[in-house]
Design a protein around this ligand. Structure first.
Ligand code: ACO
Length: 360
């Protein structure tokens, strides 16, 4: 293996957002809420509900990222999927993606750090490339969170959505890539955002559907503190200051959390990427989807300083200061897409409604 590469660049990017849109108005038919409340308290207007599985969305995003990087599937040494909603626990979503994209030379594994998962994965991918162990890594954040939502519970059901984003992390001699990072965890607070029954503690034959439970205000306070403080620390440890930041790409959980993070950095709103209105919180997928859109919209320039920050169940948090490379145009494009469907988001939620009923 070539040990001369000392940096790891993001050379490809892609996303997959499923076609079925669930609007706030649709949610008004399922639970006691309103478009006005959701918009003003979260910034979310709509989210996607997937008819396909997590690994299908991940695969579409992967094909786009590969094309943007000009890579063949056989070039991939590792497939990493950050997810807390894999198709199955066994085998991992990453092994399914490895098969679907034809990455026959790649190792594959999932990682679960909830909403911080993509940034945990980015740090892992960077370190694996910089060690010389791997040259080309496909890193994906992908979630089908609606499966775990009780649409009678308005405190959770309005927040989350489905989707996937992917990047290619590749060895380079260019002095770009990850400058500094912080990964943190406070497992003592795991109960404030959890999905009991999703693993071995579930009772065989109980028939209960595993569901996300959350103390929203407690998460909110901790997310604002952790994302803001960790962002400042990674900028400082890179020897830079907030004025040097070209674009903050934060985890998209609540626009008020994003605004508070940006205020701590004293960033002009033009330097903050926000797409939460369209997708809600897609957990590990928010940052790679936002990154793919930011690059495609010309919001990322050659050599830009990007800061990523996230907070999620665990509790986990992460921040990364990242120097983008010289290329902001994709080398190629892919026509990969999910199977077409005419099924509406409300129709896709019928299984949840059958399990829990409606909250109105
Ligand atoms: N529609 C209408 N009213 C609602 C809704 C809703 N969907 N949800 C709560 N309310 C009501 C409450 O019942 C309460 O009413 P009351 O005053 O009569 O008691 C009122 O609105 C205020 O409720 P709060 O929970 O205090 O509202 P808050 O402003 O804190 O917003 C929210 C709640 C949006 C959940 C916010 O706390 C938040 O975004 N927290 C972070 C959540 C998050 O990011 N989770 C994901 C973490 S990432 C991961 O790993 C999955």
């Amino acid at each position: 293996m070539d040990r001369t590469a000392v940096h790891a660049a993001i050379t490809g990017w892609g996303k997959c957002v499923p076609p079925a849109v669930l609007s706030n108005t649709d949610l008004e038919t399922l639970t006691q809420t309103s478009d006005e409340w959701i918009t003003s308290r979260t910034g979310i207007k709509e989210r996607r509900i997937s008819h396909a599985e997590t690994s299908d969305m991940a695969t579409v995003a992967a094909f786009q990222a590969q094309a943007a990087a000009g890579k063949d599937p056989t070039d991939l040494d590792m497939v990493l999927v950050a997810t807390c909603s894999p198709d199955r626990l066994i085998p991992s979503a990453a092994t399914m993606v490895q098969h679907k994209v034809g990455a026959v030379n790649a190792a594959a594994m999932d990682l679960n750090a909830a909403c911080s998962g993509f940034l945990y994965g980015l740090v892992m991918a960077d370190q694996m490339v910089r060690s010389g162990a791997f040259k080309t890594i496909l890193l994906i954040g992908a979630e089908k969170l609606h499966y775990f939502l009780d649409f009678t519970d308005r405190s959770t059901s309005v927040l989350f959505g489905d989707g996937a984003g992917a990047v290619i992390v590749e060895a380079t001699d260019e002095a770009v890539g990850l400058l500094s990072f912080e990964l943190g965890t406070d497992g003592s607070q795991g109960e404030i955002l959890c999905a009991p029954g999703t693993g071995t503690e579930g009772h065989v034959g109980s028939g209960e559907h595993p569901t996300v439970k959350m103390d929203g205000p407690a998460i909110f306070r901790r997310a604002v503190d952790a994302m803001g403080e960790a962002s400042i620390r990674v900028i400082e440890s890179a020897g830079l200051s907030p004025e040097d930041v070209d674009l903050l790409i934060p985890h998209q959980a609540n626009v008020r959390i994003i605004d508070a993070t940006a205020r701590r950095l004293k960033l002009d709103p033009a330097k903050v990427y926000v797409n939460i209105a369209s997708y809600g919180n897609t957990s590990a997928a928010t940052i790679p989807i936002a990154l793919a859109e930011a690059v495609d919209e010309g919001r990322v320039g050659p050599g830009d300083l990007l800061v990523f920050a996230a907070f999620g169940a665990g509790l986990t948090w992460a921040a990364v200061a990242f120097r983008w490379g010289h290329r902001v145009e994709p080398l190629g494009t892919s026509d990969a897409a999910l199977e077409p469907t005419d099924v509406t988001a409300l129709e896709l939620l019928q299984g949840n409604v059958d399990a829990y009923g409606k909250g109105i």
